[in-house]
Design a protein around this ligand. Structure first.
Ligand code: FAD
Length: 290
């Protein structure tokens, strides 16, 4: 699969998984992967812990999902806890599994044990430049419609993003967001800064009040009043919460596609039910006239 090309020419649907830690979670993920495979996703992506301790969990899971499940894979690769030599070894592992799509990331400093930190990298752009030089990978990067929490402003963040694209990122996947106007504003500002690669929006239905609080604190994303009120209203009612939050995310997804987004990247938390419901709503609905 040539993902950048696919993003330019069609509507891409993808799912994000994380490497499970227990046998039970592994069984659930494989079940999820089977159910979601039935929706013919363009790819699934597999996250990678920025601690640097377990990179081969991601490599192995990517290999299984590709070889046993026949899924197209994007492997996340974080650099903050790695030397150049370690990154080269992980990349060799990915190539042995025939994984050629990499989402190149920095990772979060608070996940890296400062005693163990021996990185050759400070920012994702450096990793992207190394991987580009090494060759054999199609590269993507992360972006933040409401700016990365460490950035002084959206404009400053986009200037740094341009460096990632110049270094070799051929497409971008966004941080989750709940208000589409941030995505469309971001596209305008990125285009004005000379960024022309496709930007795949990342979506996730909220499942509870605590999760909403965590996201707003950690990722600094805005929760619109309507969504906040719904989450408060349905807290404690699992079915009501599911229905509300899938309906909200489905509306968001449809509006993104109608507005010209190149597809949808669903953060699944290794579960299939919400992703299936959202895609059914989206694919079943007639698209607005262009
Ligand atoms: P960068 O692009 O390096 O940017 C980080 C910050 O540094 C930004 O504020 C940027 O403006 C600034 N900056 C960039 N270059 C410079 C410079 N030269 N000088 C000064 N400032 C600079 N985390 C994981 O641990 N594992 C995952 O699998 C994972 N997957 C993700 C997938 C997506 C789609 C997204 C959006 C995020 C993901 N993350 C993951 C989280 C990500 O690692 C964190 O958000 C991290 O803090 C930033 O990563 P980045 O690659 O965007 O960093």
């Amino acid at each position: 699969m040539n993902l950048p090309e696919r993003l330019r020419t069609g509507t891409v649907y993808s799912f994000e998984f994380y490497p499970p830690k227990t046998a039970e979670d592994t069984a659930r993920l494989f079940n999820t992967a089977l159910e979601l495979k039935a929706l013919s996703p363009d790819f699934v992506s597999v996250t990678n812990s920025s601690s640097g301790v377990t990179p081969y969990r991601t490599v192995a899971l990517c290999g299984v999902l590709k070889a046993q499940f026949g899924l197209e894979i994007v492997a996340h690769l974080t650099c903050l806890a790695h030397t150049r030599r370690e990154i080269a070894e992980i990349c060799d592992g990915l190539k042995k599994m025939d994984i050629t799509n990499v989402l190149a990331l920095r990772g979060d400093p608070h996940n890296v044990d400062s005693g163990a930190r021996r990185s050759d990298y400070s920012y994702a752009a450096q990793l992207i430049a190394d991987l580009k030089r090494e060759g054999g990978f199609s590269l993507g990067g992360a972006c933040y419609p409401e700016k990365h929490p460490e950035a002084a402003s959206l404009e400053a963040d986009i200037a740094r993003l341009r460096e990632k694209v110049d270094a070799g990122a051929e497409y971008l996947i966004t941080q989750l967001f709940f208000d589409n106007s941030y995505y469309f504003r971001f596209l305008e500002k990125a285009a004005a800064a000379g960024i022309s690669v496709p930007v795949l929006p990342g979506l996730m239905p909220l499942t509870g009040y605590k999760q909403m609080q965590n996201f707003t604190k950690m990722m600094q994303v805005t929760v619109p009043d309507e969504l906040r009120r719904g989450i408060e209203r349905w807290e404690g009612d699992k079915d009501g919460m599911f229905k509300f939050s899938v309906e909200y995310a489905s509306r968001q997804a449809r509006a993104l596609l109608d507005g010209g987004a190149p597809g949808l990247h669903l953060y699944t938390l290794n579960r299939s039910r919400a992703a299936i419901a959202i895609l059914k709503n989206v694919k079943g609905a007639p698209r607005a006239a262009a």
